[in-house]
Design a protein. Structure first.
Length: 80
């Protein structure tokens, strides 16, 4: 199963913009490479940034949701 940006941010598709921002900030603090010494921290942070850039922008989110409904959402691994 392909992970979506919603999966990356661990929010539902019904989440509003404010919740997405709060969750992103929390996860960014947790997984930022300066705070997380694991080798995967930079990759995880890049996934979070891409997911937030898409879901945090209403126009990009709408386009993404349309692709998702049509079954054509990009896999997270395709982006990073």
């Amino acid at each position: 199963m392909t992970r979506t940006y919603y999966d990356v941010l661990m929010v539902s598709r019904r989440a509003d913009r404010e919740l997405i921002q709060v969750v992103y900030r929390h996860l960014a603090k947790r997984y930022h490479p300066d705070r997380d010494a694991s080798p995967a921290a930079a990759t995880r942070m890049a996934e979070l940034n891409e997911a937030y850039a898409t879901l945090g922008d209403p126009e990009r989110r709408e386009a993404y949701d349309i692709r998702l409904e049509m079954g054509g959402a990009m896999a997270v691994s395709d982006v990073v």
